[in-house]
Design a protein around this ligand. Structure first.
Ligand code: SF4
Ligand code: ZN
Length: 309
C-alpha cells in the first residue's frame, strides 16, 4: 500500500473513502479539511475575538493550534485560550501544565479559572462533601464558567474541540431519546437563541473523526498526558460511542453518513424549532434560564458552594 497522492509510505487510512496517506499528505489533508469547514459554515468573521475552550486534551489543543495557525497573523482577529481547572488531583493539572507550555511556545494568551477560586471548593472537595454524580456537578459548573468568562473577556465566539464522533453520538442520543428540539440547536455553528448572554459556539473539527484528530495530534507531537478522569463512568454516551465504533468497524463510513444526513435535515429542524424554548433570566444570577432559578444556582445551593462572581 502507498500514499494515494505521492506514492510514499502511508501512515493513515481514511475510513470514509478508503484512501491511504503519508505523513506530509495527511497533515495537508487534515488542515485543509478544517479550513474548508470554517469557510463553508462561515464560522469566523472579521473582527472576531475567538475564545478557545481548552482542556489540555488533544481535541482542544488541535483546534487551538489550527485557529492560531489560520488566524494568528490577522490583526483584526483576537485569540484567547480559556481553560477551567475543576480541581481533580492527578488529572487536570497534568493537562493544564502541557497547555501552559503549548500556549507559551505558540505565544497564545491563556486564561485559567478554577472551581476553587470561583466557587470556594475544588471538584475533589465538592465530591468529598456531597453524594452527587461527578459529571453532572462538574458539567453544570464548567458550562457556567465558560459562558460567564467568555462574556467578561469579550469573546464574540467560543471555539470548541468537538469532532465528528462527538456530534454523531449526540445526534443518535437525541434520536434515541426523542429530542429533535435539542438536535435543532446543534451543528458546526450553535445557537438558535440570539442573546448577548449566550456566546455563539463554533466547531471547526466538525467534519474530522476522533481517529483523524488523534493521528494529527500524534504526528504533531501534541499532548503527552494519557491519564483519564478518575470520575469518568460508563454513561449513556459511552454506550452509544461503543456501539458506533463497532458499526464503523463493520461498516466503514457510518459516522460520516450520520453527520452528512443530519446536516441535510438540520435547516428544516432549525426552522421548525426557531422560536426555541421560552427563555427568561435567573432571578439570582441574571443568566439565561428556562426557570426562575438556573441550574447553576440550584447546584451552588445544593452543593453548599459560595460564588465569587
Ligand atoms: Fe468532569 Fe466527568 Fe469530565 Fe471528569 S469525566 S472532567 S468529572 S465531566
Ligand atoms: Zn442563576
Amino acid at each position: 500500500m502507498v500514499c494515494h497522492k505521492c506514492k510514499t509510505n502511508p501512515v493513515m487510512k481514511l475510513t470514509n473513502n478508503n484512501i491511504s496517506l503519508c505523513k506530509t499528505c495527511y497533515i495537508k489533508y487534515f488542515e485543509q479539511k478544517i479550513k474548508n469547514t470554517i469557510s463553508k459554515y462561515k464560522l469566523v468573521d472579521k473582527g472576531d475575538h475567538l475564545g478557545v475552550a481548552c482542556s489540555g486534551g488533544k481535541d482542544s489543543t488541535v483546534v487551538l493550534y489550527m485557529i492560531n495557525k489560520i488566524f494568528g497573523h490577522r490583526p483584526d482577529i483576537k485569540i484567547t485560550a480559556l481553560a477551567i481547572d475543576e480541581g481533580i488531583k492527578g488529572y487536570r493539572s497534568l493537562y493544564l501544565q502541557e497547555l501552559k507550555q503549548f500556549c507559551k511556545e505558540n505565544k497564545i494568551n491563556l486564561k485559567i479559572f478554577s472551581f476553587k477560586d470561583e466557587f470556594g471548593l475544588s471538584l475533589d472537595e465538592i465530591l468529598k462533601k456531597n453524594k452527587v454524580k461527578p459529571c453532572s456537578a462538574c458539567g453544570v459548573l464548567r458550562r457556567y464558567l465558560l459562558n460567564k468568562k467568555s462574556q467578561e473577556l469579550g469573546f464574540t465566539k467560543l471555539v470548541t474541540g468537538h469532532n465528528l464522533d462527538d456530534e454523531a453520538q449526540s445526534v443518535l442520543m437525541n434520536q434515541f431519546r426523542n429530542n429533535p428540539n435539542v438536535s435543532a440547536r446543534m451543528g458546526p455553528f450553535i445557537g438558535i437563541i440570539r442573546d448577548k448572554k449566550f456566546i455563539p459556539r463554533i466547531k471547526p473539527l466538525y467534519l474530522v473523526t476522533e481517529k483523524e484528530v488523534k493521528a494529527y495530534s500524534l504526528l504533531k507531537g501534541f499532548v503527552k498526558a494519557t491519564e483519564e478522569c478518575p470520575y469518568s463512568t460508563d454513561s449513556y454516551r459511552g454506550d452509544i460511542r461503543d456501539m458506533l465504533n463497532e458499526f464503523e468497524w463493520k461498516y466503514p463510513g457510518t459516522k460520516h453518513s450520520i453527520i452528512l444526513s443530519f446536516l441535510e435535515i438540520l435547516p428544516n429542524l432549525k426552522i421548525k424549532y426557531k422560536d426555541g424554548p421560552r427563555l427568561s433570566y435567573c432571578e439570582k444570577c441574571g443568566e439565561p434560564s428556562s426557570s426562575k432559578s438556573c441550574n447553576t444556582c440550584k447546584a451552588i445551593e445544593e452543593l453548599g458552594l459560595k460564588r465569587k462572581i
